[in-house]
Each structure stands twice: as structure tokens, then as C-alpha cells.
Design a binder for this molecule. Structure first.
Ligand code: R7I
Ligand code: MG
Ligand code: MG
Length: 326
């Protein structure tokens, strides 16, 4: 498959996961797969008014715009753009606390001290929300041929809003998962172990004592089961919450689960949403990995038609990948 199809699939996959998953985000009751499919398949039948994306995509678009304009990571530029995006379009369902970072930037620190507001979050501990991980896809596309560069940008971009180590490592894990998916051999259907080993080698070993080691081992155990675990088992073992430690490995698992059990992009997104909790973000992150692996051709056309901004992010993915191609 042409590599462009993977880049476009990656960004589009993340937006589709976000928009389809948003309907169930934070539902009191976890939706059953049947209930999820009633929602998602409605958007496969015919054209509808487009489903809106949420903050996950709003922020990823900003990351892409800033990289395209600056041709590299520029913390002040990205902070200013996050701030402008939020104040221009507040109703996208942003995390409760990240808004404080935007407020402080607006008071004047975006240009001079872009990293300072994030350090004040949660009494100085920094946020460990999944907001840095959910917006990582454009970085993996931009630096797809250079992991060191991808990790450097992912870490800088994360620290703008999430200074807690779990927030940053979560973003790096998701970045490495997307990076791997963009490079993976399509014929490899049995690669779960190698995929997890790679994440440990490139990300977790760099952050000793991180909670992610245990999470990845839990994911490995689930993947070794003889029958597919239920979405409820996945939520119990890996989490489904808004903190990065409770959702990043969950999304990575959803992708590996789909590979192991011969599911396609559609099935993976529906399974990811049925895990419940932070459904837009888990499906968004799984969508970026799966979309990067299977490519745009394998993402249902009607979902592409029925989700907002798919055309915009497709164009961005092409631009980002062209910038550093060798
Ligand atoms: O991480 P963030 O951008 O939120 C992203 C989530 C996604 O699900 C989006 O779809 C959207 O719905 O929001 O925003 P933050 O406000 O930094 O973090 C999100 C939430 O995580 C916070 O509001 C807290 O509930 C929780 N959280 C923490 N709670 C206690 N202590 C994050 N870090 C901490 C912490 O250190
Ligand atoms: Mg959201
Ligand atoms: Mg969410």
C-alpha cells in the first residue's frame, strides 16, 4: 500500500474514532456492543449531517497546523494556537482542568513561558489526563522516519499542557504505537508480543517505575487468552478513564485485539467504544493506530463522508508526511 494511504488513514482514523465515540463519552452505563453498533452503523447507511469532532481532534488539528507552519516544533506558536482554538470554539468538550492552562496563556505567558501554566496544574503535580496522548497522530506522521525526533516533539507538545510523568509517558506510548503502525508489515498478524516489546523498549524503559509496565503486561496477558476477552474484562484490567494510565494502553490493546481476532477497522472502533468510559478518546487513539496500519482504503467510506473535517485532516496528513520525506 502507498505510504500516503497510511498517513491519511492515521489522521482520519483518529478523527472518526473521536466523532463516533463522543456520543457515549462518560455515559453512566457502559454501552453494549449492540448499542454501540446501532449508533455507528447508522452512519454507514447513508449521508447524514456530519458528526462533530471534539477537543481530541480540535487539538490534533492545532498540532498539525503548527508543525506545518513552523516546519518543526515551536512551543510558543503551538501554545498560542491551542489558546486561539479554544477561545474561538469552546464547546468541543475540553477536559475540565486544561482550560486553566489556556486561561493562563491568555493572560500573557503563551509567548514567553509556554510551559509554565501546565506545571501549576493539580497543586504542582501536573495533569495526568490523556489530553496529550489523544492529539499525537500528526507528530508520528510528521516524524515518521525519525523516532528520536518524534519522541522529542511528542514530549514537548505533551509538556505544554500535561507535565505529570504519566501524562507525558502516555503521550510517548501512543506516539510510538502510531509510529510502529505506520511502519508495520501488513502481513504480520501475530505481532502483538513484538509490538508490546517495542513499546517497552522505546518508551517504558526510559521511564523507570512507570505504571505503564504493568499495564502493558496486563494487555499481553489478555492477548494470550484463548478466547477474546469481553470489553468489560478489558475495562477491568486496563481501565477506561480519562487519565492517560487508564486509557492509552486500553486503546493500544483495542488495536492489537483487532489484529489478533481478525477484526477490521470498523470492528475495532466499535469494540473500542464498547469498552466504555472515555469512549471518544479511546476510539480516537485506537483509530489513529488502526488507521495508520490498515490505511485509508480500509476505513468505511460512509464514515468518512459523515464525520466533520475528514477532508481537512486528510490534506494535513499529506502535507505533514511530505515535509520530512527523504
Ligand atoms: O487531559 P485533558 O486534556 O482531558 C482530555 C479528556 C479527553 O477525554 C477529552 O475527550 C476530553 O473529554 O477531556 O484535560 P485535563 O483537564 O488536564 O485532564 C482531564 C481530567 O483528568 C481532569 O479533569 C481530572 O479529572 C483528571 N486528572 C487528574 N485528577 C487528579 N489528579 C488529570 N490529572 C489528574 C491529577 O493529577
Ligand atoms: Mg473529546
Ligand atoms: Mg474523551
Amino acid at each position: 500500500m502507498a505510504r500516503t494511504g497510511r498517513f491519511v488513514g492515521c489522521f482520519v482514523g483518529s478523527v472518526i474514532g473521536d466523532a463516533l465515540g463522543a456520543h457515549f463519552e462518560g455515559s453512566w452505563e457502559t454501552p453494549t456492543l449492540d448499542v454501540v453498533q446501532k449508533h455507528t452503523r447508522h452512519y454507514l447507511e447513508r449521508r447524514h449531517p456530519q458528526l462533530p469532532y471534539t477537543d481530541d481532534t480540535a487539538m490534533a488539528k492545532v498540532v498539525a497546523e503548527s508543525l506545518i507552519r513552523c516546519k518543526d516544533f515551536d512551543a510558543s506558536d503551538m501554545a498560542r494556537r491551542f489558546c486561539d482554538e479554544y477561545y474561538g470554539d469552546k464547546g468541543r468538550g475540553y477536559g475540565f482542568n486544561v482550560v486553566t492552562v489556556f486561561e493562563r496563556w491568555k493572560l500573557g505567558s503563551a509567548e514567553e513561558r509556554p510551559f509554565e501554566p501546565a506545571k501549576l496544574q493539580f497543586g504542582g503535580e501536573g495533569s495526568e489526563g490523556n489530553g496529550a496522548a489523544m492529539r499525537i497522530a500528526p507528530i508520528a506522521i510528521f516524524a515518521y522516519n525519525d523516532w528520536k525526533k518524534a519522541a522529542e516533539i511528542a514530549s514537548g507538545c505533551a509538556r505544554l499542557t500535561h507535565s505529570h510523568p504519566n501524562g507525558i509517558t502516555g503521550a510517548l506510548l501512543q506516539c510510538r504505537a502510531v509510529f510502529q503502525a505506520l511502519h508495520a508489515n501488513q502481513d504480520e498478524s501475530q505481532f502483538a508480543n513484538a509490538f508490546i516489546d517495542d513499546l517497552k523498549k522505546h518508551v517504558v524503559q526510559e521511564s523507570p517505575g512507570s505504571v505503564y509496565d504493568e499495564k502493558l503486561e496486563n494487555a499481553r496477558k489478555l492477548l494470550h487468552q484463548n478466547a477474546p476477552p469481553s470489553a468489560g474484562d478489558v475495562a477491568d484490567n486496563l481501565g477506561n478513564g480519562v487519565r492517560a494510565k487508564n486509557s492509552v494502553v486500553t486503546a493500544i490493546y483495542a488495536f492489537l485485539h483487532a489484529c489478533k481476532w481478525s477484526m477490521n477497522f470498523r470492528d475495532m472502533i466499535e469494540f473500542a467504544i464498547s469498552i466504555g468510559g472515555d469512549t471518544d478518546t479511546i476510539a480516537c487513539m485506537a483509530g489513529a493506530i488502526g488507521g495508520g496500519f490498515w490505511g485509508i482504503e480500509k476505513i468505511p467510506k460512509m464514515w468518512q463522508e459523515n464525520v466533520e473535517a475528514v477532508d481537512i485532516v486528510s490534506e494535513m496528513a499529506e502535507q505533514l508526511s511530505d515535509m520530512r520525506s527523504t
